[in-house]
Design a protein around this ligand. Structure first.
Ligand code: DAH
Length: 339
């Protein structure tokens, strides 16, 4: 019978992956020595067969374990070797030459400062949310086409009720949470990453930054909203802007609007100032009674508005960037040109 000690000493001598493969072929492969011995046993008398079979099985287990440990050892060696080769020099001086502000971070910070000065709470929330938070809590039933409209990215992990978790498709997913956490009156903003299964182009990305504003108080009207949005956009875009409201549909508001902006630009050719085209910049509306009800708010007493802006879009307008993918592709030439 094959001797375990001998086989192990052979394994000991193995020094590289090729020799290990050779060892496998000789001993452990289906046509190797071990399996040959199992085959021979088929014709033995039952008692003898049982005994030898058990012995040989034990040898096989031990040898396989030793083989696998050695294989692992070689694999780790390989990984370490690769790591050595790919070594990043973390001692590299983070001097002025290699850092640059992120324009998105800059505009987000600006927005946060402006909002705080207007008495808003800033909360970031989580990027992984439940379907309830993202859809149902803001009046989008799970059967609603909007759940597809967003082209949501689903995760394998599940929430407490067994539903798959998702990556939030909008920062409106925080509305319900914010109302419950801070109660009323409420003025809060949520800046953060949102995700959709989009085809990427100059103005769409699978990940983009949004900012959600929510205001609830007694006697809040569309007039409050219109005044606030015009001031806010002027501050954020560093220009005096004009805003225009058009009807728009979002399940979580009633009525809903889309807001366009325009501002003065200088035309180099005519050498005159003129107004830019209207540009769609955000979705907004008066918070739907169902959203308030879901959060336990009496909609006969309280009302409010909410709106969501794509921060990347805003930054594109502020810095005259034609393609929002520049913001996140890590090209230092782009980032440094704004340092
Ligand atoms: N959640 C919307 C989106 O991602 C944006 C939005 C529209 C937010 C209207 C709002 C709103 O709060 O009232 O497209």
């Amino acid at each position: 019978m094959l001797e375990l000690k001998h086989a192990l000493s052979e394994l000991e001598k193995v020094v590289d992956v090729a020799q290990l493969e050779n060892f496998f072929q000789i001993y452990l492969w289906k046509k190797g020595l071990l399996n040959e011995e199992f085959k021979v046993m088929v014709d033995l008398p039952a008692e003898e067969k049982k005994e030898k079979w058990a012995k040989l099985s034990e040898i096989k287990t031990k040898l396989t374990q030793a083989y696998e440990a050695k294989e692992q050892y070689f694999k780790m060696g390989y990984i370490n070797e690769q790591l050595e080769k790919d070594l990043i020099d973390i001692s590299l001086d983070a001097s002025k030459d290699i850092w640059a502000y992120s324009l998105l971070a800059e505009i987000r910070r600006d927005a946060e400062e402006i909002c705080k000065s207007m008495g808003f709470i800033v909360e970031y929330g989580t990027e992984i949310v439940t379907k309830f938070e993202n859809f149902e809590s803001v009046n989008i039933p799970l059967t609603h086409p909007a759940t597809e409209m967003h082209d949501t990215i689903y995760l394998n992990d599940k929430d407490a009720s067994g539903e798959n978790l998702i990556l939030r498709t909008h920062t409106s997913s925080m509305q319900n949470y914010l109302i419950q956490k801070y109660w009323l009156p409420l003025k809060a903003v949520v800046p953060g990453r949102t995700y959709r299964f989009e085809n990427m182009d100059a103005s769409h990305d699978t990940m983009f930054y949004q900012m959600e504003w929510i205001v609830i108080d007694k006697n809040i009207s569309i007039a409050h909203f219109k005044e606030m949005i015009t001031k806010l956009l002027s501050a954020l875009l560093h220009k005096n802007v004009e805003t225009r409201m058009r009807p728009g549909y979002f399940p979580f508001v009633e009525p809903g609007f889309e807001i366009d902006v325009r501002y003065e630009i200088y035309n180099k050719e005519t050498e005159k100032k003129e107004l830019s085209n209207w540009m769609e910049i955000l979705g907004a509306g008066m918070i739907h009674a169902n959203v308030l009800k879901e959060a336990g708010v009496d909609s006969t007493q309280w009302s409010g508005f909410a709106f969501g802006i794509g921060i990347s879009r805003l930054a594109a307008v502020r810095y005259w960037i034609k393609d929002i993918r520049y913001f996140t592709n890590g090209d230092l030439r782009f980032a440094k040109s704004f340092a």
